[in-house]
Each structure stands twice: as C-alpha cells, then as structure tokens.
Design a protein around this ligand. Structure first.
Ligand code: 5AD
Length: 467
C-alpha cells in the first residue's frame, strides 16, 4: 500500500515541489510510480492561477472518488496552490479527499500519509480528512531534495538499460510574492516572499553538478527580488546577481536559466551580468502582461511600456542574439481596443520567440475581481488568437535564421521515439539529432538543417565528436 503517484498541474515551481515531495516520500520508504492506474496514493499538486486550472484538478479528484468503490484503501490528496486557496471548503465538493496540504506544508506529506496508512492498518475508521494549510516560517528551505532520472532508473531495477544521468534540474530559490498584481492569486496561494540562504542554494547546485547535472533553472515567483531582505547590494550588485555569480563559479554547471524576473527588478547589474557571465543562457522570460500603460497601472504593475522596451533593448545590446519570452493577459477588465493595440505593438517590437498568452480569469479575493467592465469571452478569444498568430510569425522568422547555422546544444537524452537524441540550444529551442549515448550531458555543436514548428533538426558538426 505504499505506491504513490503525483500528478502535477501548472508551473515549473509546482513541478519542482512535486519532485521534492517525491524525494521526501522515497526517503520514507514509499515507492513513486509513473502510472496513476497502479498506485495506492494519488496526490494532485494543483494550480490556482486561472479558474480553468482549478476546475481541471477538481474534475480529476471527483473522477478519482469513484475508484474508492473498488479500491477502498485508495488515498486521494490535494496539494499546493488550490489546497492553499480553498482549504477545507474543497471537502464540500470532494468529501472523499483524504488529504489537503498547502504550499508551506509539502514536507508534512510523508507524516500525514504514514498516519493515514497506520490508521487503516489498525482498522481505525478515518472519521475526517487531514487539512493543513497553515503558514510555516522557514518552509521555503524544505524544497531542496531531488529525485534525478538515475535514481528512478536505479529504483526500478534499471537492469540492462542505459541509465543516463539527468542533465537539467530546477532549483527553488524563493517562495511567495509581495507584489499584489491586481489579477493574481499567487500572494494568497504562496504567501509572503521568502528567500533561501545563498549558501544552501549554491551547495544544492554543486551537489547537482557532482551528480551530472549541467544546467540549472533557478525558480521563484519574483527572482529579481531574491534575498533583498537578507543580503545587501555590494558595489551596486543585487543579491540575485550575486547568486548568479556564485552559481556560475560552480565547476560542472554549464548553463544557468531562471524564471521569473519582474521588469521592476530588472536593473542594469542584471543586464550587465549577461555580458560577463557566459554560463547565463541568452533566453529571458520577461512577463509584460500588457503593453498599455493605463492597463499596467490598473494591474498594479509598476513599470511602463517604455521601460519594458528599454530593458529588452539593453539586453539585446549586450547579447544581440538574445531570445525573449513573456506572459500576457488579454481581456483584463477595462481593456479597450486601443489598449490592446498597444499590447500588440509592444509584442511585435519585443519580437518574442515564445509567449504564454492568457485570457483574463477572475480570481476571487484579488483586487481585479470586483472591477467593472469585464471583457466578453469572444473578445478575449479574438485577442488571444491575434497574439498567437503574431507569435507564430516571429518564431518562424527566428527559426529561418537558424537553419544553416551551428548552435551549441546540451544533449539531454533520447528523443520521444527513443531512436534519436534531443537537447536544447542556449535559446531554449528543442533539437533532435543522431548521436551517441556517451554524449548525454555534453555540449555539442549542432548544424541546424531543418525545422518544424517547434523542433529543430540537425547533425553534429564536428567529425570526431561522435567518437
Ligand atoms: N487571469 C489570467 N492570467 C493570469 N495570470 C496570473 N493571474 C491571471 C489571471 N487572473 C498569468 C500571468 C502570470 C502567469 C503565470 O499567469 O500572465 O504571469
């Protein structure tokens, strides 16, 4: 009765939290399984950022309740953002859920599962579900253990299989956010902004490097604010850039990415870091949200379209081949055709390689939820489609410039078919190519030959590398 499957919704932070919970459960003797059909415990790690994300997880939990009829000991848990946002109220709709654990209590999951299992083994009827959505000082420091692909392979026997070390890993550097963007539920679901100690993060990255990881993505809701209460600026260098310098100095780490920065905190020291830290990948995810100054003000986003573009231009001045991605919300309350035209214009000027475009979704409890002038769905849909069309054009244009060039690719492993290999460029483009398993974890030059919408195809560019 100890087989656990975790299904993760939402962002990379959630993926990282799920991985940390897996590591804790494994250490407690639980078996993590890849298939949700063959588990005794199913944990849904949830997202609240839009209503659709919550509805998806609620639908899934309701569907899983049926399984209790044929598998009476089956345990259902709801973790993370929706657990935090809705708490015990979830039980009104989902009375069969056994466990509700918020974003500051992930580390309690093993204890709670132990308790449930012990009670069941003793035949004690469980009268009520466990709900824990309390705040906990220092909880940001509990997201630190990893389960790498090689651990999973080793646990499943891995006999006769090639066990490739995991090449890329997420590292949580901070939890929570104090920004109060008018649309956003995250300050409620993730709590106050809290950073992890710099030395702990560096030690974690070093340990990952020693285990074969070559690329780390530093995660936080607002990484540009990292450590602002705990460390001082030195020679005009912010704590976040100090952290980037330290991670850069780790032997074995070849590439550094991070998400998400806030335009307000994207100062000159971070721009200049791109000039002096070659491991910092030339791909910046910089949420714009809107290109209209009026809407940015209504969103409580403290920057202007002019300042946003200035950051983009200054980064392109330091790295002309910089790639950008962004988050946009269309249909924020009161967004007029003129406001949207400004978003479209800035969207075009920034020339994104990738963008996540969201239709505004009312989140109860946020300041924007009670604003008048909500935008009809058809309008949101049309604006969404328009930006997606622009994005596709931009992305194809960029792809066309890549064909015939040689890109540095970090070989991650087999592709989906298992016959070829895949990796990413520094600009985060997925590449597929023929290679040798020994190249997994290596940076290789790849001559790009052709492309589909989302994938580049190429050939290793150095004779002898295949050796
Ligand atoms: N509606 C639509 N999109 C939202 N986001 C955050 N809150 C909402 C909302 N209420 C988007 C923002 C954010 C991304 C993670 O989700 O663009 O950057």
């Amino acid at each position: 009765m100890n087989r656990v499957h975790i299904k993760t919704y939402g962002c990379q932070m959630n993926e990282r939290d799920s991985e940390a919970v897996s590591a804790m459960l494994r250490a407690r003797g639980y078996r993590m399984v890849a298939s949700e059909d063959d588990c005794d415990v199913l944990l849904l790690n949830t997202c609240s950022v839009r209503d659709a994300a919550e509805q998806k997880a609620i639908g899934k939990a309701a569907y899983l309740s049926h399984r209790k009829k044929r598998q009476p000991d089956f345990v259902i848990g709801i973790l993370g953002c929706m657990a935090q946002n809705r708490g015990a109220e979830l039980l009104d709709k989902l009375p069969d859920v056994d466990l509700i654990v918020g974003t500051q209590k992930f580390h309690q999951v093993p204890d709670y599962l132990d308790n449930i299992r012990a009670a069941r083994a003793a035949g004690v009827p469980i009268s009520s579900s466990i709900v824990d959505i309390a705040e906990e000082a220092g909880s940001q420091n509990t997201i630190r253990d990893h389960v790498l692909a090689q651990d999973v392979a080793a646990a499943s026997g891995g006999v006769g299989e090639e066990i490739a070390p995991q090449v890329s890993a997420f590292v949580s550097i901070q939890q929570g956010c104090n920004m109060d963007c008018a649309f956003c539920i995250v300050p409620k679901t993730r709590g106050d902004e809290r950073s992890r100690p710099m030395d702990d993060i560096v030690a974690e990255c070093r340990a990952l490097a020693n285990r074969g990881v070559r690329e780390v993505t530093l995660l936080g809701q607002i990484v540009t604010s990292y450590g602002r209460r705990d460390y001082v600026h030195t020679d005009g260098i912010s704590p976040f850039v100090q952290l980037l310098e330290k991670v850069s100095a780790i032997e074995g780490i070849e590439r550094i990415r991070f998400t998400s920065p806030h335009p307000r905190g994207f100062k000159q020291d971070l721009v200049e870091a791109y000039g002096r830290l070659p491991k910092l990948c030339g791909y910046v995810h910089l949420p714009m949200q809107s290109g209209s100054n009026r809407i940015l003000r209504a969103m409580n986003r403290p920057y202007t379209r002019e300042r946003y573009l200035e950051i983009v231009d200054s980064l392109r001045a330091v790295r002309p081949d910089m790639y950008f991605s962004t988050d946009i919300i269309v249909g924020f309350p009161g967004e007029t055709e003129e406001d949207f035209a400004e978003t479209r214009e800035l969207f075009g000027r920034a020339n994104y390689d990738m963008a996540y475009i969201f239709k505004y979704s009312i989140r109860t409890g946020t300041p924007a939820a009670t604003l008048g002038d909500q935008i009809p769905d058809e309008v949101k849909e049309a604006r969404n489609a328009e930006l997606l069309g622009l994005l596709q054009q931009n992305s194809l244009r960029r792809t066309a410039t890549l064909i015939g060039t040689v890109e540095e690719v970090l070989v991650e492993g087999r592709d989906k078919t298992g016959e070829r290999f895949m990796g990413r460029t520094r600009g985060n483009r997925v590449c597929v190519f023929d290679a040798n398993p020994r190249l997994i974890g290596q940076l290789v030059p790849l001559k790009i030959e052709r492309a589909s919408v989302s994938t580049l195809y190429g050939e290793l560019a150095l004779a002898g590398v295949e050796g």
